[in-house]
Design a protein around this ligand. Structure first.
Ligand SMILES: Cc1cc2nc3c(=O)[nH]c(=O)nc-3n(C[C@H](O)[C@H](O)[C@H](O)COP(=O)(O)OP(=O)(O)OC[C@H]3O[C@@H](n4cnc5c(N)ncnc54)[C@H](O)[C@@H]3O)c2cc1C
Length: 439
């Protein structure tokens, strides 16, 4: 009987378990997890923080699901991987041997390193326990500082604001998420935040976290300002948890390097999810995606390959549909602005592809919160960002993902003052009516 060992009970690990079980009904599957809360929706944590989702709705699987999968769960930290011996050492259990192993260890929040970083009141939104702590602490917080440039920092700022704290949101640069959003889009987001009562501080970083008796009492900014607060919430990026792989001698860069079958540099060790740095046959680059859907798809491919069913993972166009300052937003493909505001690492819930600045023409149209920006290549759209009104979300996702030929409307799209939304919608509807909706 084959023994499969999975490290990590997140989206990638669980998806791999599903696909292994779909092929091999009798295999022994063991999952090692250091998170006592098991499998839950990590994107849902932001909605739990804002009070929009109750705790129990974050759990995706029922007891019946786990029984169906016939998985043994070991609560432990995986400490050392010995690929040649096919052996894994754990902190509070005897070592395990395996036939095939999956590293689905995800990524962890990058810690702040300024003076005072260890004071009680410096918080992260990384996993379930963090979120519970944030919620508890928010009840006793009059003023909170939030730092970080991506979606997560925004979600924390809004969550704390909803809990009644006075929130100061520090931006390292002039604008919010400037590697991805143009000036107008950034302003739409930050104006909404200000309208909700959040104070935005551009070009501001924390020089020192101030404290008394081990607890946060304030911050001193790089501009010399002192702001009293009880909490500093940090979302400055994440780093894939590559330590096990690195110590085991597997090939790593920013993540664990895998080929198109999710196999690492050792044939019986696979990796998937936030920790995997995946070869993209279209760009020739090895990229990181820290998104839920790619984690599921990578886990699925890894699981099948572990059973011997060769399955190539093709990196799909990275898409996220999210809420920014209450505005529904769809981000698709390469839409970078060419500016770099997050040099630390990748942010949670994003893709390295988004920051790429392709050789395309950017056109934008909008007013108020409704914005549409397209990155137009020679024949296809390489990316799109849609804020507010979402009628075009699915058409754009399809058009970018399936590389729909836009030549018939390209010149019109590039006209000054072109009605971009209407042109695209009409084109998409007409294409959909035909037998072959997409080129
Ligand atoms: C607050 C938040 C909001 C997000 N929002 C979005 C969003 O809007 N859209 C989106 O697409 N994605 C979003 N994401 C990202 C998405 O949730 C992740 O990309 C996805 O969960 C990655 O799954 P994974 O299985 O690779 O890793 P994880 O879910 O991180 O699972 C890895 C598991 O492995 C465990 N582990 C690590 N090392 C060891 C070890 N040595 N021994 C034992 N266990 C170990 C970890 O504790 C963890 O439980 C968000 C994430 C967070 C936290």
């Amino acid at each position: 009987m084959t023994r499969y060992l999975i490290i990590g009970q997140g989206a990638a690990g669980v998806s791999a378990i599903e696909s292994i079980r779909s092929v091999d009904k009798s295999a022994e599957i063991i999952v090692v997890s250091n998170d006592p809360n098991g499998f839950y929706s990590r994107p849902g944590l932001a909605y739990y923080l804002s009070g929009e989702l109750p705790e129990k709705q974050l759990y995706i699987y029922t007891k019946d699901d786990w029984r169906r999968l016939k998985v043994k769960v070991i609560q432990a930290e995986a400490l050392r991987l010995l690929p040649k011996q096919h052996r894994l050492e754990l902190d509070r259990s005897t070592p395990l041997t395996y036939d095939r192993l999956l590293l689905a260890t995800g990524a962890r929040a990058v810690p702040i390193t300024t003076l005072g970083a260890n004071f009680e009141g410096v918080m992260y939104l990384d996993h379930f326990e963090d979120t519970r702590n944030l919620i508890k602490k928010a009840h006793h917080t009059r003023t909170a500082i939030v730092i970080g440039g991506g979606v997560l920092a925004l979600e924390i700022a809004e969550g704390l604001n909803a809990a009644g704290a006075k929130v100061h949101y520090f931006l390292r640069g002039e604008r919010y998420w400037s590697a991805l959003l143009d000036d107008f889009e950034s302003n739409v987001v930050t104006s909404r935040l200000e309208h909700e009562g959040i104070s935005i501080h551009p070009n501001t970083e924390i020089a020192e976290i101030l404290g008394r008796a081990g607890k946060v009492t304030g911050v001193r900014t790089t501009n010399g300002e002192i702001i009293a607060c009880e909490m500093v919430a940090v979302a400055i990026g994440i780093r894939p948890r590559i330590e096990l792989a690195q110590a085991a001698g597997l090939e790593v860069e920013r993540g664990i390097i895998v080929n198109e079958t999710m196999q690492t540099s050792h044939p019986d060790v696979f990796a998937a999810g936030d920790v995997g740095q995946v070869y993209d046959s279209q760009t020739g680059l090895k990229s990181l995606d820290t998104l839920w859907n790619p984690a599921i798809e990578q886990g699925k491919a890894a699981g099948l390959n572990m059973t011997g069913k060769t399955t190539v993972y093709r990196r799909a166009v990275a898409i996220n549909v999210l809420r920014m300052a209450g505005i529904m937003t769809t981000i698709i493909g390469a839409i970078g602005t060419g500016r770099e505001d997050i040099p630390v690492s990748i942010m949670r819930g994003s893709s390295e592809t988004w920051r790429q600045l392709p050789n395309t023409i950017a056109v934008a149209k909008g007013g108020g919160v409704n914005q549409l920006r397209l990155l137009i290549g020679d024949k296809v759209l390489t990316g799109a960002l849609l804020m507010g009104e979402q009628t075009l979300s699915i058409p754009l996702q399809e058009m970018v993902s399936k590389q729909v030929d836009i030549l018939p409307i390209r010149a019109q799209l590039l006209q000054p003052e072109a009605p971009l939304g209407q042109l695209l919608l009409d084109y998409w509807i007409n294409k959909s009516k035909g037998q072959q909706p997409y080129a």
